[in-house]
Design a binder for this molecule. Structure first.
Ligand SMILES: Cc1cc2nc3c(=O)[nH]c(=O)nc-3n(C[C@H](O)[C@H](O)[C@H](O)COP(=O)(O)OP(=O)(O)OC[C@H]3O[C@@H](n4cnc5c(N)ncnc54)[C@H](O)[C@@H]3O)c2cc1C
Length: 381
């Protein structure tokens, strides 16, 4: 095999892959489409399954310095009354609520700057017996031993490897923002009718929020603007939710249509493989999309170390990862669909179900998901 391992995408999965592969002694080169390294102004939950991986690479202290450990959370309807006491989350290693820019900077701190090439949009991939070549939009090329595509939801590499059409819109949009002056004690998800909101403490960065509403895929917020629209949809909600949005500067509000794909195998071809959202995009309802990209990176580095032949390593990686990611993608889709129910009878039923479900039962499922440890998975079949 010749040349470095080429990593396409300098997001969560790509940067973690660079860290994990370098830790195993590989030479890497990251190619990122954007002309500068920047993240949206929003929070991200890095659940314990992901912080466990980042701890392995020595990054937990930095994460904790910038973020807020997740100790407990509540899910409640928008009547302001808690359904039940907060769900205690004890996972050994803490999950962290953190500004995306701080997570990105934490990952970047562990990748030498000269290993990252900006303004490199992957357009095509060619392969021969012992190398793979990435061809970029600016006409340049890079040759390496393997190619790991972490180029996200609308992956160009996926189009070349699987070509299964665009991701599937799930019927709702998600707005996110950060209110630098707000303070929150506890992470909460508040359910309404066809809308729901997340409230996220973020330490020195203030507090963050997300808000989901049923809408057409390309629905614009103009002319009223995002903030006015969200506040209109939050009419009658508790003031803590409304104040959080009201205190967020309009330009700091971002909006994403929510997509996923049914989990599908076939992530590699020859010397190229997909990881993260490129392989298994998920809706954000369990806060696990980034976490799965981080797990992928660690597991792929382990497989490439354990199996000298890259074909065997790629095959085993997919065998080990597919059941895990399928479960999360499926559950997240169901949770999102229920969260977006708009029929008052259905919402009443959902809220009753949540109220009746013992906190421990709900927490058990989430904690099981967070207790996954890619370093403890046996690699040989
Ligand atoms: C509203 C919302 C909330 C979310 N909340 C959470 C959460 O709380 N916790 C969590 O774990 N996950 C969350 N996620 C999911 C998470 O953001 C993604 O799963 C995660 O970013 C996937 O990482 P990735 O590296 O695979 O892709 P990305 O982070 O999308 O990175 C892809 C990178 O590739 C680059 N790129 C794209 N195309 C090309 C190309 N052709 N050539 C070169 N570079 C390219 C992009 O510019 C980008 O930098 C959320 C997602 C959304 C939409």
């Amino acid at each position: 095999m010749r040349g470095p391992i080429l990593i396409i995408g300098g997001g969560i999965g790509g940067l973690t892959a660079a860290i994990a592969l370098r830790a195993e002694g590989h030479e890497v080169a990251v190619y990122e489409r954007a002309p500068e390294l920047r993240e949206v102004g929003a929070a991200i939950s890095v659940m314990a399954n992901a912080t466990r991986v980042l701890k392995h690479y020595g990054l937990l202290p930095l994460l904790l310095e910038h973020g807020e450990p997740i100790a407990a959370g509540i899910i409640q309807p928008n009547d302001g009354k808690p359904l039940k006491p907060p769900i205690e989350i004890d996972t050994g290693v803490p999950g962290v609520l953190i500004h995306r820019a701080d997570l990105h900077d934490t990952l970047l701190s562990a990748v030498p700057r000269e290993r990252i090439h900006l303004d490199k949009e992957l357009k095509w991939v060619t392969q021969d017996e012992d190398s793979v070549t990435a061809i970029f939009a600016d006409g340049t090329e890079a040759r390496g031993s393997l190619l790991i595509a972490a180029d996200g939801l609308n992956s160009a590499a996926r189009r070349m490897l699987i070509n299964d059409g665009p991701p599937i819109y799930r019927g709702y949009q998600c707005w996110r923002g950060v209110n630098p002056d707000a303070k929150l004690d506890i992470v909460a998800e508040v359910l309404g009718h066809g809308v729901r909101m997340g409230l996220i403490p973020m330490g020195r960065r203030g507090a963050a929020w997300w808000f989901c509403a049923n809408e057409a895929e390309h629905q614009s917020d103009e002319p009223e603007g995002s903030k006015t629209k969200i506040l209109r949809l939050l009419e009658g909600w508790h003031s803590s939710a409304r104040d959080l949005v009201a205190g967020t500067p309009e330009p700091a509000i971002s909006k994403n249509a929510i997509y996923d794909r049914p989990a599908k195998r076939g992530w590699s071809k020859g010397r190229a493989i997909l990881i993260g959202d490129a392989a298994h995009p998920t809706t954000p309802n369990l806060g696990q999309g980034g976490g799965m990209a981080i797990e992928d990176a660690a597991m792929l580095a382990r497989c490439l170390k354990h199996f000298p032949d890259h074909g065997t390593a790629f095959r085993r990686f997919e065998e080990l990862r597919f059941p895990r990611v399928k479960k999360i993608v499926d559950r997240s889709r169901v949770w999102g669909a229920m969260g977006q129910w708009s029929n008052p009878v259905a919402c009443g039923f959902r809220n009753l179900l949540l109220a009746k479900m013992p906190s421990k039962g709900l927490a058990k499922d989430l904690i099981e998901m967070m207790n996954y440890d890619p370093f403890a998975v046996k690699l040989d079949s």
